[in-house]
Design a protein around this ligand. Structure first.
Ligand SMILES: [Fe+2]
Length: 387
């Protein structure tokens, strides 16, 4: 078993010994064999090949989820469902906006070698956790929105990853204190990238040297948190290991399976899902939520923990919030909310009729209470722009 305190102690010694030698990357930051063979292929740890076995797992997994579908859906009251799914419009938005400000202060504290106020982080993590545990989905919906142009993508990545990680933890039945810790791990996960990392904001691929530097950000973040002496070892370990992969091909330590903490496994999946579904300066193309889930399933048991991946899918659904689908009536709908336990039967907002004509007023339907309706296929946003 790898001891986190030993790793951090060694890192601290290395950091002090290497002052003035910033350009020399430690061995743990060298590109992996796979990365060397596929330069430019690495995107948020998504290295690896899609094998036939993984594809089989995908099909088996989808089939298994289908068995969870109701034979006779209950006649739930649609208004109650939507009210629960999108509670008190504005409260989630307030929490989201305040989390952005909190992460900006945290990042500035790191960049200026100041201490981050623990109370500020704990307070916002508690409010996010309450929203999630009370069944609110507004934060999940906000985390699926495209980034506003005026915001630093690194800040919104912290916010969205913390929120998504919180929802995954809820699906894993974490109690509030553990859920808050995972949210904090997500909010802190890339804090080590807020000093000397401005190159990541440029619209180009990283150079080899920059890639080496990039691979040091989990260690920098973990050392910063350790220095604050205010967060648990589990949170620090989650930050340190959020780019580790269960097959041992992650970084910075290259640990695998049970040597990676569960907080790190949760934040790893939340981080990758968030990155795949949002733009970055070096890539305009984003995956639809459905495609991101499919791709993550194809990496199941190779890069990511299956139990945690299942929890993500239960959280965002096979058809995640914000994605578009066509139902068997021919209508095109946006996914408004998921129904816990029924990933193939979310709550939808009908936006286009069967003739692809945009509706003046969208109406809401809950597939859980409409047994005659079902989703035929996911729809790409590019397809809608042609309407
Ligand atoms: Fe990271």
């Amino acid at each position: 078993m790898v001891r986190i305190s030993d790793i951090l102690k060694k890192l601290k010694q290395e950091q002090e010994a290497s002052k003035g030698e910033e350009s020399k990357a430690p061995p743990s930051q060298q590109p992996s064999k796979l990365e060397k063979e596929n330069p430019g292929s690495k995107e948020k740890g998504m290295e690896g090949e899609k094998g036939g076995e993984a594809a089989k797992d995908h099909i088996t997994f989808i089939e298994a989820m289908k068995h969870n579908e109701p034979e006779k859906p209950s006649k739930a009251n649609i208004h109650e469902i939507v009210k629960k799914a999108i509670p008190e419009k504005g409260e989630g938005q307030n929490i989201y906006n305040e989390t952005i400000e909190c992460c900006k202060k945290m990042a500035a504290g790191y960049a200026e070698d100041r201490e981050t106020e623990k109370d500020m982080i704990v307070d916002i993590a508690g409010r996010i956790s309450d929203h999630i545990l009370l069944g609110g989905q507004e934060l999940l919906s906000l985390a699926a929105e495209p980034y506003p142009d005026e915001e630093d993508f690194r800040i919104l990545d912290l916010v969205d990853t913390g929120i998504i990680a919180g929802y995954i933890s809820s699906s894993l039945n974490y109690n509030k204190s553990k859920l808050m810790e995972v949210v904090m791990t997500g909010l802190f996960h890339d804090v080590g990238m807020f000093k000397d990392f401005d190159f990541v904001k440029e619209a180009r691929k990283l150079t080899v040297e920059e890639l080496h530097q990039m691979r040091g950000h989990p260690e920098k973040g973990a050392l910063y948190l350790q220095g604050l002496a205010a967060f648990s070892e589990e949170v620090i370990e989650g930050v340190l290991y959020h780019h580790e992969r269960i097959n041992g091909e992650g970084y910075p330590q290259g640990v695998s399976n049970d040597d990676i903490s569960e907080y790190a496994k949760i934040v790893a999946i939340a981080d990758v899902y968030e990155a795949m579904t949002h733009k970055r300066p070096h890539k305009d193309k984003t995956s639809s939520p459905s495609d991101a889930i499919k791709e993550l399933i194809s990496f199941n048991q190779v890069l990511f923990n299956p139990r945690v991946l299942k929890a993500l899918i239960e959280t965002v659904g096979i058809y995640p919030i914000g994605s578009w689908v066509e139902i068997n009536s021919g209508e095109i709908c946006r996914v408004l909310a998921t129904n816990e336990g029924f990933p193939l039967r979310p709550v939808l907002s009908v936006a286009f009729d069967g003739n692809r004509k945009r509706l003046d007023e969208m109406r809401t339907i809950d597939l859980k209470s409409k047994p005659s309706l079902y989703i035929k296929r996911p729809v790409e946003e590019s397809e809608l722009k042609k309407q």
